[in-house]
Design a protein around this ligand. Sequence first.
Ligand code: 5AD
Ligand code: SF4
Length: 465
Amino acid sequence: MTETRTAAKKVLIKTYGCQMNAYDSDRMADMLAAEGYQPTEELGEADLVLLNTCHIREKAAEKVYSELGRIRLAKDEAAAAGRVMTVGVAGCVAQAEGAEIARRAPVVDLVVGPQSYQNLPALLRKTAAGERAIETEFAIGEKFERLEKAGRRSAKAVSAFLTVQEGCDKFCTFCVVPYTRGAEVSRPVSRILAEAEALAASGVREMTLLGQNVNAWHGEGADGREWGLGELLFRLAEIPGLDRLRYTTSHPRDMDDALIAAHRDLPELMPYLHLPVQSGSDRILKAMNRRHKAADYLALVERIRAARPDIALSGDFIVGFPGETDADFEATMRLIEAVGYAAAFSFKYSPRPGTPAAEHDDQVPEKVKTERLAALQALVAQQQDAFNRSKIGATMDVLFEKAGRHPGQLAGKSPWLQAVQVDAPEAMIGTIQRVVIEKPGANSLYGRLVSSSSSATQPLVEAAH
Ligand code: 5AD
Ligand code: SF4
């Protein structure tokens, strides 16, 4: 007996930018799975190509347009073979540019902003009917509710993201996020707990809470009181199986006492904090509308370190903000020296259309930006190297996530977000093991299991650091 089946449709999702986009891409994949789409990595076999874009810095948008050029060729080839390839642009470039994308790149059939992903199936029905679909509404509450209904179908993971908050009300003068992601919206506690419990039940050991301004998250707690992120973390730490909690990205102004107490009291909350400061010059911080001074940031770091002495910090820095002088830049270098970072992301300022700083007429020459960035990155690289070396000889918990670079090796993460390679049996994937760090590599640390006799079938539950 023969059975005729139509082959499953295939979707290729390419993700740019931040972890929130990675999270959204996974949720879109879940939603599309319910519509009969299977994921593929092959452009040539995709029926639907979705670019989940980032608009935060200039090159990201340009990359999208050049990628669309490549996709146009694949779409033409598919058409020549009698197949329809639908091309969509999602994410912040979609939100910022809207219909302009389809004008500049006619290959695009669908444009969908980050707050409208729940409408993807309806938009695809529109494109299937030969229409162009463009949707950039802000209806964020609805987004999460409808995406939740799709459930999680993505591959099982040891470490997962959970978006708790979206948008930003801070309006730093260089940043497009308040315009592309909209105003701050916090997901309710009950929804977050339900998703976290489901993740834990599916084997997730490490959960990273996401938000553009994650520590501005707030909501009504189970006890009827208003909770901030600190209270939420205390509650999440009670969920069995969630051995490790992280959150990103935070604004210094929203680090409140409860959150610092969570760092002090919760062994599950990993000793690593991404806390961008952008500049060490008060004049530039003011022009950036950061609403704090360099000394406030340093005092905050001191309080956090008093609560959790082994905490590692990472940051974001912008060099060449309009009007930045050598003295301003020096102040940033001094702040970096004073803090001592385990890692940092640094960028040349790039004017984003529609943001206040883009209008300044004292833009810094490219050559100066290049020099400052190189000097800053050299300093951060030194600090990062010193931090990694400080862990040599230390015994720490490593969460094994996947097979390592070489046969017989597993790749895991230290509490400080360092990649660690260890000779260990595959059965230890998904478990936390005690590891002694032996030497640094180019991008990871190399370690050895402390007790090679420890059984892989008995995951260690200890979480002491
Ligand atoms: N130019 C350069 N860097 C930027 N960032 C945000 N907007 C800009 C811009 N216009 C950087 C900030 C932010 C990180 C995510 O991207 O450092 O923290
Ligand atoms: Fe952008 Fe500032 Fe909001 Fe961060 S806090 S997302 S840099 S506006």
